[in-house]
Design a binder for this molecule. Sequence first.
Ligand code: PSU
Ligand code: MN
Length: 305
Amino acid sequence: MTDLISVHDEVADAVRSGQAVVALESSAVAHGLKYPMNLDTARDMAKAVRAAGAVPARVGIVDGRFVVGMTDEQIERFATTPGIPKVSTRDVGPVIAGGGLGATTVSSTLLAAAHAGIEVFATAGIGGVHFNAQETFDVSPDLIQFTRHRVAVVCAGAKSILDPALTLEYLETHGIPVVGYRCDDFPAYYSVSSGQRNPRRVEDLGDLARGIRAHWAVGNEGAFVVTHPIAEADALPSEEVYALIHEKMAEARREGVSGPEVTPHILGAVAAATKGATAEANRSVLLSTTALAGEVAVALAREAA
Ligand code: PSU
Ligand code: MN
């Protein structure tokens, strides 16, 4: 196992001594934003985690090893190498065995984070239940992975290309709490609201941390989702974004885009159509969720299990 997963010393030491650590995915670097914005943003995310008093741990598959706590050089390689495969839970074994690079999604990042003992993870928007999943069965493995690990997931809701109501139903079914940090509405990634409400809201980080600890202390195994929206000033108007997304989804269906291609394809099409406005929003929300995740990790470390 240790041959296959390598945990950076700083991360391993922090976990061992009960310090705050935040895991981050590498799909956002390899696929989410273009160079050089992806690299700048990745660096700023690490700074935001550190500014909150926590240690960042970027996860990716590097030369056939699952790395928890990528170095700046490794992150730069991810930001500049074209065609790194998107690796979700099902892909991890074969990609490691193949010896190459793999950009981990939320689902596979959680696997490595759990192995390293990291309790907090941040992303802009989680994967979820896709629109029309009744026909396509397209439910992100992110949600399934949430049922397997004790990890607090800090995010601005689900990606805007997903059905927020069905995503919340799925999370409820699997006993995954969704708590808005100082917000009523379940956010929508680029937009402040998805039109759905968070099932619960909390005002205070200490209360949030105690709620997370209690959820796990009574025997729950799964994730605990904390939502916080994009800053109002950087948000895109949700009606326009949803209209554009539905247009791009219909185009993608006609072109036969399916499976793991759906998410990067639609996000890319929307970014192109908005001339980068969604990329700017994506950057903003990556930074704000990461900063909050640092604070959540610190609060959680204070409320030791
Ligand atoms: N951002 C992108 N493309 C992606 C992702 C993010 O521009 O592919 C990844 C995220 O890491 C998320 C995953 O976990 O997509 C969800 O993909 P799917 O809907 O295929 O499960
Ligand atoms: Mn899918």
